[in-house]
Design a protein around this ligand. Sequence first.
Ligand SMILES: Nc1ncnc2c1ncn2[C@@H]1O[C@H](COP(=O)(O)OP(=O)(O)O)[C@@H](O)[C@H]1O
Ligand SMILES: [Mg+2]
Length: 272
Amino acid sequence: MSTSQRDIPAGPVIELKDVKVHHRARTGSLFRPNIVKAVNGVDFSISRGETVGIVGESGCGKSTLASVLVGLQAPTSGQVLFHGKPAIKRNARMRKEFGRAVSVVFQDPATALNPRMTIQDILSDPLQVHGIGNAASRSAKVKELLALVGLPQSAAEVTPSQVSGGQRQRVAIARALALDPDIIVADEPTSALDVSVRAQVLNLLSDLKTQLNLGMVFISHDIQTVRYVSDRICVMYFGQIVEEGPAAQVFDNPSNDYTKKLLGAAPSLLHT
Ligand SMILES: Nc1ncnc2c1ncn2[C@@H]1O[C@H](COP(=O)(O)OP(=O)(O)O)[C@@H](O)[C@H]1O
Ligand SMILES: [Mg+2]
């Protein structure tokens, strides 16, 4: 695709420095609120060309971290840098550039995609919002995106409910690619899918990452799934990254007790 047409600055696309996201819990009183420390002091970076896996059990703060990475949530404290510049008080231009550069794939494509729009409209919508191209070039781009994610061209005319769950997630991935992003954050992208199609969607993400030289943040509660796709792994526990390293090192020689516990736990959800 057209990534080569842009100058790609070296170094991390996004960097988090000591990021905290604290929520007031519903329990507790007005004057003595209970604070949920969903993310509690995370340093993280993601560059093009690498897949970083984030693994940890449900509730450890993975989705909160993802929402900070994609700009949907401002941290309570800490810094978010976009190409080395603070991204908190973003101006309109930076917001737009951030929105183009960083895209997200959610767990459940059934709720992430507008059920009343055709797949054609779903895929051309980001281009329209960003004022890219004309009707003809957008329609050509939709064709290209469908081919890229392995969907037939005829899928353009139907709505998300008319295709299978695995195909719906391919549509969501195609939409995430519409603006030629630098980074894709995929939050449990296979957890809502039938076991039989999980490996295909993982393979697709992994192929696209290589083909397009994307940076990929791959989030899962299943350490085997993360291992399958990641170059580098971060293990999260109660809002913190308790272990980080090259995938092979984290697997073969985990230093943290919690990582060892995760590795010893449940067999892969990919294969059950
Ligand atoms: N808006 C919110 N208000 C209060 N608590 C929240 C909110 N969002 C998330 N949490 C809490 O923060 C913690 C981390 O949640 P989440 O990031 O969704 O974890 P994960 O994706 O790893 O399952 C959980 O305890 C969750 O209940
Ligand atoms: Mg989550």
